[in-house]
Design a protein around this ligand. Structure first.
Ligand code: ZN
Length: 383
């Protein structure tokens, strides 16, 4: 088997703070081409479509199986969050210390992509089509990343039957958690306007703040639902209240607030936005929602069973099927086919001195190889 540790080091050594382009993609391409993959890379964002955002690179690689065979996709991202200060060593110089490989992206998620490459090398071409859906814009706004990849794939007729995203889903031990869904997310900006004036002459002014407080207390008192078999209850949090009034004797002209809702599949971003807008308007305010992701669920079935079986075969652990945590690109990929997420332990992701347990890389590669083989062997009706 290819050495996933060696591959992970090569990817970490190519700095790729989000949004990523260039060398890190060249490195992955250089790994995949000798394995028989065709590679298509394209850039979106500044310079590509005239927008003022930083450019984003995406990569789709595929190795076709026999005609009519199944198509299994590995998905993930090569961009990383900024390293921040205080690392014990250069975050972009892979460092082995004891049983740990240190470097930005070691667990989120260059280590997993290295394991995917090692796994793909173990799957015979006759087993079916394997592809890699890899973006450089997952940790950022995700505007030109996986969504652009999906558009391109659809245009070219590449449609996987099943997809595994390699986000770090494990918690305490490799294999203890698999994600079969994610909650949706919407942020809503609320504005209440009034008329500025002197606090001693309130009849000449109109204070917007009591109305803002009324909106927020009504929103905070909402029970959106009590959860489902696979999701925890949806939750609304007030994340900002801003007035910026420095004068003690002035009634401010404007009050603003922001709420963030993480929601399950009993709702859509639109249904919740409409509800919050109606409450804000009833109190004379305005609400502006930005939906960052809809919830998705891959119902437990043949796909989750084969993932669990692969994890158990290599680790002895039966993973918990979960929908907790933040959003991921699986929210977009779900439009293509059933999606499950499984990857390394997430304790150090986005942190200083991010590190992966070196033995986990080889175990993950073997789990991924089992998943790919089993997914390609699945009868179409089981997908
Ligand atoms: Zn990630």
């Amino acid at each position: 088997m290819l050495d996933a540790l060696d591959l992970a080091k090569r990817l970490i050594a190519a700095p790729s703070v989000t949004p990523a382009t260039g060398p890190v993609f060249a490195e992955l391409e250089a790994m995949l081409v000798p394995l028989g993959f065709a590679v298509h890379r394209f850039t979106r964002g500044a310079g590509a479509d005239g927008s003022d955002e930083a450019p984003v690179e995406n990569l789709f690689a595929w190795r076709p199986g026999p005609a009519g065979s199944r198509h299994f996709a590995f998905a993930g991202h090569l961009d990383v969050v900024p390293p921040g200060e205080g690392w014990s060593s250069d975050p972009f110089e892979p460092q082995v210390r004891g049983e740990l490989l240190h470097g930005r992206g070691a667990v989120d998620m260059k280590g997993a992509i290295a394991a995917m490459v090692a796994a793909a090398a173990e799957v015979p071409r006759e087993a079916g089509t394997i592809s890699f859906i890899i973006t450089g814009d997952e940790e950022g706004p995700a505007l030109h990343g996986t969504r652009a990849l999906i558009d391109w794939m659809e245009g070219e007729g590449h449609r996987p039957d099943l997809c595994l995203v390699g986000e770090p889903t494990s918690v305490n031990r490799l294999g203890d958690m698999v994600k079969i869904g994610r909650r949706g997310s919407v942020n809503i900006w609320i504005t209440v306007e009034g008329t500025q004036g002197h606090v001693a002459y309130p009849h000449l002014a109109d204070n917007p703040l009591p109305r803002l407080v009324a909106i927020l207390s009504e929103l905070d008192a909402l029970t959106l639902d009590t959860g489902t078999a696979w999701f925890q209850p949806s939750n609304l949090e007030i994340t900002d209240i801003a007035v910026g009034n420095k004068a003690t004797n002035v009634i401010p002209p404007l009050g603003q607030a922001r709420v963030s809702i993480r929601f399950n599949d009993l709702h859509t971003g639109k249904s919740l936005s409409d509800r919050v807008c109606a409450i804000a308007e009833r109190h004379g305010g305005k609400a502006r929602p930005v939906i960052s992701g809809e919830p998705f669920l891959t119902e437990p079935g043949a796909f989750s069973k084969l993932v669990s079986a692969a994890v158990e075969a290599e680790t002895g652990i039966v993973p918990e099927l979960s929908t907790t945590g933040g959003t991921s690109d699986a929210r977009f990929l779900r439009s293509l086919c059933p999606v499950i997420e499984f990857g390394l332990c997430n304790a150090t992701m986005h942190k200083r001195d991010e590190a992966v347990a070196i033995p986990d890389l080889a175990v993950l590669a073997r789990i991924y190889a089992r998943i790919a083989r089993a997914a390609l062997a699945l009868a179409p009706t089981d997908g």
